[in-house]
Write a protein that binds this ligand. Structure first.
Ligand SMILES: [Zn+2]
Length: 506
């Protein structure tokens, strides 16, 4: 007898439906799997067989063949255990093969018949809805995650017996309402009002967040660079439900969701250590998984001690900083992951940390140059703003903190609103994303501003890329002031955030 059920394989961010077919026929008893299963998927037959035996379900001594279609995609992951079990059981006549029609299932089986939660359930259930499936069967541990998808019936099963009981008699099943709440709690107690002093740094951070620009903070150790960085997500507008779902999908594929509260509600703040490999940053593996830069999507990627990162780990950022996606090539194809984040980097100006304060700096000029040159020019060109983190003075330590995050966030939200309105016909949201023709179209400058730009371009020898980036930052500064046209003072301020190249990189 023959039976088949739908499952899926995840490649990069994409879900490919896979038909799992089973045939049980007369002949020498055997269990064969065909249709390009990976070694891990092939092991499903041992798990299925043992789990069935331990649940006192005997398979007939016949020839069992399982086929995965289409054959040209490699089947990976542990999610094929329960569809294989279900197809084989239906083909062996344990329940009607009709009951598997229009059903999508995925889940891992342990030897005692328990069904284990797997990563990537959310995108699989979303795909099931697109495929117009009747319902999905998922591990009970993935139930809350699967329940985030509206308009899709999902059944959570704890073990093999429960799955069989349900498939024998689907009508007996009573749907448990899945509690769905999309409350956003205020981010933890990290608030900008804790930051003393740092007026210019705070201003640079607000510009960066307002226009989605990248930021480099330079300053001596202990100036509070990390403290400032950690507070950036708190001044970004809360995620919309669609953005939450998009992030939950990424974290689901990465296997990083919490079972109890799977929805990602807060903007990510990723802070990979400087020993992180290029693969950990970009994402990798044979079947690539999201890396740090994808996990920072719609949030902040914080690189503390930037020059300490390996050259390869840093250079890999260049393409995603331009395209806002990362492409990873494998023999099996090219995978694209979203990577639209604010890069916030921090560094000491020299190995000891106190350059250019010559009273304190103990480094030779060769050491300083060597340290700064760890960052390549093309990478520096991609950092829109650079601000000094000042050593906190005693008087500012005792003074009051600055504005609270919620006050700054209100202003940021208003500037985002202006950009959304302006770019509603474009495929972008923020000034930081402007490219090519769009820059000419939307970054109109008054004459004096253009003159200043031209002068600076000649004197400071900017590359075309940094020229455009300065213009985009000026656009954001103008938006923060509610100005339609970019004025001289906006360009002037934007230029001041590029002065670092002259100050440090001499
Ligand atoms: Zn030094």
């Amino acid at each position: 007898m023959f039976a088949s059920v739908l499952s899926a394989v995840i490649m990069g961010m994409e879900v490919h439906p896979v038909q799992v077919e089973a045939d049980v026929s007369d002949g020498l008893p055997s269990f064969t799997m065909v249709g390009f299963p990976s070694a891990q998927v092939k092991e499903a037959q041992d798990r299925v067989r043992t789990a069935l035996k331990n649940n006192k379900i005997a398979l007939p001594p016949k020839r069992i063949t399982v086929n995965f279609a289409p054959a040209d995609i490699k089947k990976q992951g542990a999610g094929f255990d329960i569809p294989v079990a279900a197809a084989v059981l239906a083909a062996a006549g344990i329940f009607e093969s009709e009951s598997l029609k229009g059903v999508m299932m995925a889940g891992e089986l342990s030897l005692n018949g328990e069904i284990q939660a797997i990563s990537g359930i959310l995108p699989i259930v979303i795909r099931a809805r697109e495929e117009k499936c009747r319902f999905c069967i998922v591990p009970a541990g993935n139930m809350k995650e699967a329940g985030l998808v509206p308009d899709m019936k999902v059944i959570g099963v704890r073990n093999l017996q429960e799955m069989i009981r349900f498939l024998k008699n689907p009508d007996s099943y009573k749907e448990d309402p899945i509690p769905q709440s999309v409350e956003y709690k205020e981010t933890d107690d990290a608030d900008f009002c804790d930051i003393r002093g740092q007026k210019s740094l705070r201003r640079a951070v607000e510009i960066a967040v307002s226009g989605f620009h990248n930021l480099l903070m330079i300053g001596p150790p202990g100036a509070g660079k990390t403290m400032v960085a950690r507070r950036i997500p708190g001044i970004m507008p809360p995620l919309s439900f669609e953005e939450s779902l998009e992030l939950t999908k990424i974290y689901s594929i990465a296997g990083l969701l919490s079972e109890a509260d799977p929805l990602v509600r807060e903007r990510p703040f990723r802070s990979p250590h400087h020993t992180s490999s290029a693969q950990a940053m970009a994402g990798g593996g044979k079947n690539p998984r999201p890396g740090e830069i994808t996990l920072a999507h719609r949030g902040v990627l914080f690189l503390d001690e930037m020059p300490e990162f390996s050259r390869r780990s840093l250079e890999i950022l260049r393409q995603p900083l331009e395209d806002r996606v990362i492409r990873i090539s494998r023999v099996s194809g090219t995978y694209t992951f979203p990577a639209d984040f604010i890069l916030c980097a921090a560094m000491n100006p020299c190995p000891c940390g106190y350059y250019p304060d010559m009273n304190k700096c103990r480094c030779t000029s060769g050491q300083v140059t060597g340290y700064l040159n760890k960052l390549s020019q093309p990478l520096l060109d991609r950092l829109d703003l650079c601000a000094d983190a000042e050593q906190v003075s005693f008087s500012s330590l005792n003074g009051n903190g600055g504005e609270c995050s919620s006050v700054i966030r209100k202003r940021v939200e208003r500037v985002h609103e202006v950009q959304r309105e302006r770019y509603k016909k474009e495929k972008i949201q923020f000034n930081g994303e402007l490219q090519g023709k769009q820059i000419e179209m939307f970054c109109t400058t008054e004459r004096e501003a253009a003159v200043l730009m031209e002068k600076a371009f000649e004197q400071m020898g900017f590359s075309a890329r940094s020229y455009h980036r300065i213009l985009k930052v000026a656009r954001t500064i103008a938006d923060m002031e509610g100005a339609d046209i970019i004025r001289r003072q906006h360009v002037g301020e934007a230029l001041s955030y590029r002065a670092f190249e002259k100050k440090y990189w001499i």
